[in-house]
Design a protein around this ligand. Structure first.
Ligand code: SAH
Length: 228
């Protein structure tokens, strides 16, 4: 059991970050996803859940995958569509909540997640897993890159550089202590509990999440989980 209850990152906060350059939006795919693609682990059609401005999705489209990306922030999806057009990449980007994935009414061979799962609240996580089961084919694989209990709390001063409306950030995180509560953390035990029925965990590995405020990247878990 993880000791601390995760409240989830509010949608308003994502909206505010996307008015500027979001701190996680590094302008290139996450290294872990480049390595997975190079290793041949990403197969067939791909759905990117919480795709943001689409760098991971666009990278996989460039490498020949049929790719869809969904995110609940319209500004992020708009940026993703603009990039796809500029790069002449055929992709489908939609505004959608991951708790309503089942409404897509189709399945994919692979689902990728870079920083989405850890932003969901404890209550939302099982619902997300049910939705995931609806959009992934049997034998298909879900890759999840998330913050871990070992991820350090980022420096508030570094983070605030990425927030155009500083008052908004203060609303959510009036001080460093609040930021500590706010930082999502996922344990391997939690991953194993959530995916125990109907899924096979291929691995949970130590991984790095790249971020604009942390040049060396942040500690995380990369999980590969297949639907039985
Ligand atoms: N995958 C992107 C963005 C990571 S940040 C990248 O690697 O750059 C997490 C993303 O998940 C944000 O874009 C946020 O808007 C999206 N998100 C969070 N909760 C969501 C939900 N319930 N439904 C859809 N998108 C969500």
């Amino acid at each position: 059991m993880h000791e601390q209850k995760e409240e989830g990152i509010p949608m308003d906060l994502f909206e505010s970050f996307y008015q500027g350059e979001a701190p996680w939006d590094i302008g290139r795919p996450q290294k872990e996803y480049v390595l997975l693609e190079q290793a041949g682990e990403i197969v067939g059609s791909v759905l990117d859940v919480g795709c943001g401005t689409g760098e991971n999705a666009l990278y996989l489209a460039e490498h020949g995958h049929e790719v869809w990306g969904i995110d609940f922030i319209p500004a992020a999806i708009q940026k993703a569509r603009e990039k796809a057009e500029q790069r002449h990449l055929a992709t489908t980007f939609l505004v959608l909540n991951v708790l309503e994935l089942h409404t897509l009414e189709r399945t994919f061979d692979t689902v990728i997640d870079s920083g989405l799962f850890h932003s969901l609240s404890d209550g939302e996580r099982p619902l997300f897993v049910d939705n995931l089961a609806a959009v992934i084919r049997r034998g298909g694989t879900y890759f999840m890159l998330c913050f871990s209990e070992l991820t350090p709390v980022p420096d508030f001063n570094k983070l605030k550089e990425f927030m155009p409306d500083l008052n908004k950030l203060k609303e959510f995180m009036p001080d460093m202590n609040k930021l500590k509560d706010f930082m999502p953390k996922v344990t391997q035990v939690e991953i194993k509990e959530l995916f125990q029925d109907g899924w096979h965990i291929n691995y949970i590995r130590q991984a790095t999440l790249e971020a604009r405020f942390e040049p060396g990247g942040l500690h995380g878990w990369l999980s590969s989980i297949s639907k039985e």
